[in-house]
Design a protein around this ligand. Sequence first.
Ligand code: 5GP
Ligand code: ZN
Length: 113
Amino acid sequence: MSDCIFCKIINGELPSAKVFENDHVLAFLDISQVTKGHTLIIPKVHKENVFELTPEIAKNIFEVAPMIANALKAEFNPIGMNLVNNNGEHAGQSVFHFHLHLIPRYGKGDGFG
Ligand code: 5GP
Ligand code: ZN
């Protein structure tokens, strides 16, 4: 989609701090780090949110999530991690290209929750 910022990140029109990439998904650091290492995993095809996902795309996202979570754990040494996904404006979605947040947690006062 031409005016989607995440599609622009996928096609290189906008920069990102890439964490992981394969044929189906891209993971990159969130521009506004809720906690250190806050990462987004997105499908390379434009799907607005969970209501548009196919099982195959959902599989592509969750297939890589444990590996990326472990890479973030090794890099940043958090004591926990939230996987968060907002669908629809009223659920807190602000970018309308599906994304799964990986939010490393460091204890009380770490900025999230
Ligand atoms: P949502 O509120 O839709 O669940 O999350 C959207 C996320 O995208 C926010 O955490 C926001 O900081 C992040 N974001 C918005 N624009 C950009 C951008 O241009 N680059 C990156 N890396 N993250 C972005
Ligand atoms: Zn998009």
